[in-house]
Structure formats: C-alpha cells, structure tokens
Design a protein around this ligand. Structure first.
Ligand code: KG4
Ligand code: ZN
Length: 344
C-alpha cells in the first residue's frame, strides 16, 4: 500500500509518499519563509498564491524522488483543513484532480490528525495514547483512541503556544519564523532575569492561556526601552525567560492530562508530543523527564516531522484508508475542523 499526501494548509507546500511498512519513500517540503519574512508572519493571500505556483512541481518532485508513478499509488491524501482556506483549496483541488485523472481513492485528512498520528510512523506507538498537540494554530491535550477517535481534555482559551512564540519573536525583533529564533536566542540568555507569569499553572484542568504571558513580555520590553533600545543580551534574556515560562506551564498542564488519561485509559503507555512547537528542544526535554517520572513512554517525531510536512498527511491518509475510510470528490475544504468531531 502506497499513499501520496499533500499539505498546503499554512506556509509549507509539501508532498510525500509513504507505505504501510512505515517507510518514507520521499518527502519534499517547501517553506515560504522568504515570501512572509518582511511581514513578520504568514499572509494568507500570499500563501495561497505561493502554494498554487509550486504545488505541481512539489508533487512531481515527490514522485520522482520515490521512483514511483501515479499508477503505483493506492490512494491520494490531502490536508482538507483546518487551515488558511486559500491554501487548503489549492491542495484539495490538486489531490482531487490526481484522484480523478488516475482513478485513485481520495482521502481527506484533518491536518491535526496528521500531527496526531505522525508519531505512529516515526515511533512504535500504540492506541490509546495521550497527545499534546502544540503548533502555530493549536494547543490542546487529547486522548487518541484510533484514527478519527479523539477525546479532548483541554486546550487554549486564547492564543496557541506557537502564536505566542511568533508574536514575542516579533516584539523582540529576533526574526521570523519565531519559534526557532526564540529558541536560538534563549540559549545565550538568563532565564531568571525577568519575572513572568505562568498562566493557568496549578488549575485542576488541562486548559492553556498564553495571551497574558505575551502581554507581560510586552510591558517588560516597554519598560526596558524607556532607558535604551534592547541590547542583544536583553533579547536573549527575555527569550530565555519566555521559553522557560511556556515550558513550565505546559509541563504543569500535561501533568493534569496524564492524571486524567491514567484514570480513563489505564492500558495506555505513551505520551506523544507533536506539532511545530514540539520541535523545541527545551520543551521536549522537560516533557521527556515528566513522562519518565509518570512511567509513560515519551514519543515525539523527529524535529523535521514536527513542523508541517507531507509525510504526516500521507501517513494519516494511509491509516484511514486501511480502515476503509475514504471520501468522495465532493468533500469541501474546511477552515475549521475540530479533531474531537472529526468524522461528523
Ligand atoms: O505545526 P506547524 O508547522 O504549523 C501549524 O500547524 O501551526 O507549527 C508552526 C509553529 C510556529 O508558530 C513556529 O514558531 C513554531 O511552530 N515552532 C517552534 C519551534 N519550531 C517551530 N516553537 C518553538 N520552538 C521551536 N524550535
Ligand atoms: Zn501543523
């Protein structure tokens, strides 16, 4: 069984081929950093046009790299949402055209399910497992029972963690994309210099909030700028303090998630972390320690498969397809699509 997957829901145009032996036959990711850098964030209209310009050649490259032809495929999968709708439409139309022209089954994948199931390709993870899905658009804790079956324990009430990283990076002018640049700056910083809030910490649920933390960073920056422009050391220290506050809060929220998970799924063995922010080494390290303490096996995809890619879509498509889940060509692209209401 070989599935081709297309991803275009944010600022990566990506395509990959995987098989049921969990082998990645090819993976091509084109990040639109250059297109969006001068705006300090993703501009949806620019993203949609950039996907349209590139998607055909990315699909061709993924096929060429794998040495396969359309006729070798078992199905075509695409991220049909949630995401920036212009980009999602480009991916869905491309995948439908391939499916129609080559008489292939078509599988509409929820982008979040791509992140959620990715660790089942990269690591030996069995259902049910506890998942922290932490990316630019989302931040939630879920129990994963099977493809299409999720139980949500909690999520952010305002910004996602990735959004907070990106906005703080913009305030500190450490460059776009935010997450990796904050992480780099934090390595040279003192994580005890500024006093920042740790929102939601200690609450008996699994919810997150990042907007207060972001505002606190802004106030501290404004206070510093009253005397002099921010120095490189100020930026590094603020990055370190911000990252430490995020890591500490997330660990606390996941701890509550683990308690709920153990009660409801005593047979579960894994804590999985996935999504763009899961590429953060400090966060991975802290969650690894927590898992060890809680006697759970920690699993996270390799860094390059934490951020958006085609492999996760091809793999989630394969997991669905082998369970007999496929879609008609009348599926509509969806800007919103909660994971716990997936198959509705
Ligand atoms: O999963 P993803 O590629 O796209 C969404 O589905 O949202 O996640 C992108 C997010 C961005 O906000 C980016 O700043 C963040 O992931 N990110 C990181 C790191 N690498 C990417 N955040 C913190 N540390 C990183 N190393
Ligand atoms: Zn994503």
């Amino acid at each position: 069984m070989i599935v081709l997957g297309i991803e275009s829901s944010c600022d990566e145009t990506a395509c990959a081929l995987v098989n049921e032996k969990r082998e990645i036959l090819s993976s091509v990711v084109w990040s639109q950093y250059e297109e969006h850098r001068r705006f300090g964030g993703v501009v949806p209209e620019i993203a949609a046009r950039a996907h349209l310009d590139r998607v055909d050649e990315i699909v061709t490259e993924a096929l060429n790299q794998s040495g396969k032809k359309f006729s070798d495929l078992s199905a075509v999968a695409v991220a049909a949402g949630p995401g920036l709708i212009g980009g999602v439409i480009v991916g869905v139309m491309t995948a439908k055209a391939i499916a129609y022209a080559h008489h292939l089954p078509f599988v509409a994948v929820n982008h979040l399910e791509g992140h959620a199931l990715m660790a089942r390709l990269s690591n030996d993870v069995e259902f049910p497992y506890l998942l922290l899905l932490i990316s630019g658009g989302h931040c939630q804790i879920l129990a994963v029972e099977a493809p299409g079956k999720y139980k949500r324990f909690g999520g952010t009430i305002d910004d996602s963690a990735g959004e907070a990283f990106d906005k703080v990076a913009k305030m500190l002018q450490v460059g776009y994309p935010g997450g990796p640049n904050i992480e780099r700056a934090a390595k040279m910083g003192d994580s005890t210099r500024f006093d920042l809030p740790h929102p939601m910490k200690g609450r008996p649920d699994c919810d997150f909030s990042f907007s207060g933390l972001k505002t606190a960073v802004r106030y501290q920056i404004e206070a510093l700028e009253k005397t002099a422009p921010l120095s490189e050391q100020d930026k590094a220290d603020m990055s370190a303090c911000f990252q430490a506050a995020v890591v500490d809060t997330v660990v606390d929220r996941v701890k509550h998630g683990i308690a709920l998970f153990k009660k409801q799924y005593p047979q579960g063995k894994h804590l999985v972390v996935s999504g763009g922010v899961a590429a953060n080494t400090a966060l991975r390290g802290a969650l690894m320690k927590l898992a060890e303490k809680e006697k759970l096996i920690f699993a996270a995809p390799p860094l390059k498969f934490c951020t958006d890619n085609g492999v996760m879509i091809a793999w989630a498509g394969l997991e669905r397809f082998r369970l007999g889940k496929k879609n008609g060509l009348d599926v509509r692209p969806r800007p919103r699509w909660p994971l716990d209401k997936m198959d509705e």
